[in-house]
Write a protein that binds this ligand. Sequence first.
Ligand code: NAD
Length: 338
Amino acid sequence: MYNAVLIKGDGTGPEVVESAVRVIEATGVKIKWHEEEAGEVALKKYGTPLPESCLEAIKNYKVALKGPITTPVGSGFRSVNVALRKELELYAGVRPVAYLPLKDAKYENVDLVVVRENTEGMYSGVEHFVDKERTAAESIRIITRKATKRIVEFAFKYAQNKNRRKVTVVHKANILKATCGLFLEIAKEVATSFPEIEFEDRIIDNMAMQLVKKPQEYDIIVTSNLFGDILSDLCAGLVGGLGVASGANIGDDCAVFEPVHGSAPKYAGQNKVNPTATILSGAMLLDHLGENEASKKIIEAVKKVIKEGVQVTYDLGGQATTSQMTEALIRIIENENI
Ligand code: NAD
C-alpha cells in the first residue's frame, strides 16, 4: 500500500481527479489517498489558497496527484502552482508528448519529453511597476548556475534512465546574452559528463518552428521556465491538445503529478471535459512509484479507447462524458489482457 496526497483543485479539477483515482484503482495498485485542499476552496475555508497542512502532507508522503487550480489574472493570490513548485523545490517540470492514435492525428512517431526549469527565470516573481502612475513595469529574469546545472543534469539523467538518445537545450542566447548565455554555457558543461547522449542546442523561435515541422526529430528538450511553459503547450497541440497532456513537477524529495491544462472553469460540474491528461499524469505517478506495468496498462488502455474513437470526449471528436470515457478505460484495464 502506497501513500499519496490528493488535491482535487478548482473548476473541472475534482471531476478529472476522480477519474484518475478510479483508473489507478482499476490497475490493482493500492494507494491510500490523503486529501488536502488548495486553491479557491482553501482560500474560502482557511483564508489562504495554499494551507501549510497541504505543503506538510506532500513533504510527508512525497508524492501527490493534483487537479488544476484557478489563478486570478492580474490581481488576487499569486499562483498556487508556482508557489508549490517553489516551496517544495519541484524544480523539474516533466511533460511527455507522445503520438496517440487520433483520427485526425497530424504527426506520427512523435515521442519527446519537455523538461522545464520550474523555479526561476521569467517566473521568479520579481516584478513591479516603476512608478505610482504605472507608466511602465518590469520583471527580472533570474538564471542561476545552481538551478541551471540541476535542471540540465536532471534532463540527462532522465535520458539515461529512460534509454533516450538525445538532449536538446533551448535558449535565446543570441539576444539574452547574460541569462540565456549562462544557461547554454552550463548546459554545454553538463553535457560533457554524458558523452553517450547526443547533445545539441536550438534558439527558441527556431525550435517552435522545428517542432511544428518535424517534431519526430526531438527526444528530450530542456529549457528555462517561460520557454518550457510555452513549448509544452505547443507540443501538447501536436498530439491531441490539452485534454491529453500530462505532466509532473519533480524535485529531489517530492513529486507532484498534474495535467498540463488549467481548471477550465466554464465546464465545471458538466461531466464534459477530457479526463485523459489527469489519468496519464496518474500513470506517470505509478511509474514514479516503480509500478511500471500498471502505468503501461493505463497508457495502452488510453490508446485503445482513442483509436476506437467512440467513448471519447468532445475535444477528441466524440460525445462521451468524462465518466463514460473513464468507465471505458476501466473496463479495458480490468477485463482485457493489454
Ligand atoms: P484551461 O486549460 O483551463 O482551458 C483552456 C481551454 O482548453 C478550455 O476552455 C477548454 O476548451 C480546453 N480544455 C482544458 N482542459 C480540458 C480538458 N480536460 N478537456 C477538454 N478541453 C479542455 O486554461 P485557461 O482557461 O487559460 O485557465 C483557466 C484557469 O486555470 C486559470 O485560472 C489558470 O490560471 C488556471 N491554470 C491552472 C493550471 C494548473 O493548475 N497547473 C495550469 C494552467 C492554467
